[in-house]
Design a protein around this ligand. Structure first.
Ligand SMILES: [Mg+2]
Length: 485
């Protein structure tokens, strides 16, 4: 814990949904849900308007549709999000050599190591300057937390949301944390949270009061010790620039062995999504999905599956991890689960995986059509795809929310498609809300297009942050700072 709030945590506000609203004038101020739209799809991000209706990330899309039937449901456009993310990370890199991305839209920055802040006033000025720069360059808002440790900086950015800045002055953290839910502490998931609640502890204050010995008794030595330190606001983890990782993995130990197969499966899926978030944060993809299972008797098994090409698609990783789980006997109980992706590449082949997903769905569709035939007479299924399947294929070329260009009407995005038709709204990020037209899916004048930038004429920020206060070079500062000769 350092004496000045020079660890910064940036978190873009409702990132994917905000990028879609910035792109599509007709969706501003409206409920927008970005995520998987298939039968097993999950919400990636909901706009603040959709959150008011109860929609949140990781919720099944089918459930979101019941809560917000009139929201716009869009398929993610990762190429756009990655472009914006690169712009944001580039700005962060100018503040310090120590930038630790957590996902496409979230990162820690060590301002002290960068010489861009050395006290509360300079940290606040740097944070506000960063927010203005991000808004000018990307057109989107981000929230900034500043504190003396990573844990507190992340809590601060949560307090700052949306579109704000919050500083936790060192010395005030215990008072601030005391009434907060235990769930705000890193590593306290739903399972540990429930466990602590059953022991009568719901707030951080309750944990601090319970004392270390009691927490160790409840959740084990390693976890209990860490939990107590965090409840006191103590966290010495350094900001680490994550560059050369060969693999990305996440794992969770459970307080109580898991026996319920459905629960085990749900945990594996949750870990897969978290793993992909980290993968994307590092702007990477990987080919081999690894599942780790430690059983009740401490025997540890790993299973892996290598895909045809690199992916950072949560659905692909989730399904692979689920298949791997099928081959593991968990009847005695599970203590720990982990999901990792190795064989990292710096690029993805989303198209390839979109195709793979299409192929899977097609195969499934074909199966469904075949089933009644077999029941009736045990006949072999007809080899050619039926009309519905052919239509599915055609419809897949126009994912909701994706960009198109029409020779006469200009740039637009797919509002919906089906039954041989595609509905397009013609508008640009800087235009007024546009009009809607419907075409045949095989209209030769309508073509898929690349996303437009969110800001038409980006201001010149090439010399930013020249005007920021520079701390005097002090001999005591730890190494790693980029001091110019
Ligand atoms: Mg965010």
């Amino acid at each position: 814990m350092r004496p000045a709030p020079t660890i910064l945590h940036l978190d873009m506000d409702a990132f994917y949904a905000s990028a879609e609203q910035a792109s599509k004038p007709s969706l501003r101020g409206k409920a927008v849900v970005v995520g998987g739209l298939g039968p097993r799809g999950v919400v990636a991000t909901a706009s603040y308007e959709a959150r008011k209706l109860g929609v949140h990330s990781a919720m099944p899309t089918a459930q979101a549709r019941r809560l917000a039937p009139n929201a716009a449901y869009l398929v993610p456009r990762f190429s756009l999000y990655r472009t914006v993310s690169d712009q944001v990370m580039e700005l962060l890199g100018r503040l310090s050599p120590l930038v630790e991305p957590l996902s496409l839209d979230e990162a820690f920055v060590d301002l002290e190591a960068g010489g861009t802040a050395d006290d509360s006033a300079s940290a606040r000025a740097t944070g506000e300057g960063l927010r203005a720069a991000i808004r000018a360059v990307t057109g989107l808002s981000g929230s900034v937390g500043l504190a003396g440790s990573k844990m507190l900086a992340k809590i601060a950015s949560e307090e700052a949301k949306p579109d704000g800045l919050f500083v936790i002055e060192p010395g005030t953290e215990r008072e601030l944390l005391a009434p907060m839910s235990v769930r705000i502490l890193p590593g306290v998931g739903p399972a540990t949270g429930d466990h602590l609640r059953r022991a009568g502890m719901t707030t951080v204050h309750d944990l601090a009061e319970a004392g270390e010995a009691e927490l160790v008794r409840l959740v084990g030595k390693a976890h209990g010790h860490g939990l107590y330190r965090m409840a006191l606001g103590l966290d010495d983890r350094p900001v680490v620039a994550e560059r050369d990782a060969k693999s990305v993995s996440v794992e969770d130990t459970f307080d109580v062995d898991l026996h319920d197969r459905v629960r085990v499966r749900a945990e594996v899926e949750r870990l897969a999504v978290r793993c992909v978030e980290r993968l994307r944060g590092a702007d990477r993809s990987g080919r081999t999905v690894v599942l780790k299972v430690r059983r009740y008797d401490f025997s540890t098994l790993t299973r892996s599956e290598t895909l045809r090409g690199p992916t950072d698609d949560p659905t692909v990783v989730r399904e692979a991890a689920g298949r791997l789980l099928e081959s593991v006997d968990t009847t005695g109980g599970v203590r720990l689960l982990g999901v990792g992706v190795t064989g990292l590449a710096d690029y993805t082949q989303e198209d390839l995986f979109a195709q793979a997903a299409d192929a899977r769905e097609l195969a499934q569709r074909a199966q469904e059509h075949r089933a009644p035939v077999e029941e009736d007479g045990g006949e072999e299924a007809a080899p050619e795809p039926d009309a519905a399947t052919a239509e599915l294929l055609a419809a897949r070329r126009w994912p909701a929310g994706h960009d198109v260009r029409h020779e006469e009407h200009g740039h637009g995005w797919v509002q919906g498609s089906g039954i041989g038709r595609v509905t397009v709204r013609f508008e640009e990020p800087w235009s007024a809300p546009g009009r809607v037209l419907t075409f045949r899916i095989d209209d030769p004048l309508l073509l898929p297009a690349e996303p437009l930038p969110l800001v038409r004429e980006a201001p010149d920020y090439s010399s930013w942050p020249a005007s920021l206060p520079k701390s005097r070079s002090d001999a005591e500062s730890s190494g790693g700072g980029a001091s110019s000769p």
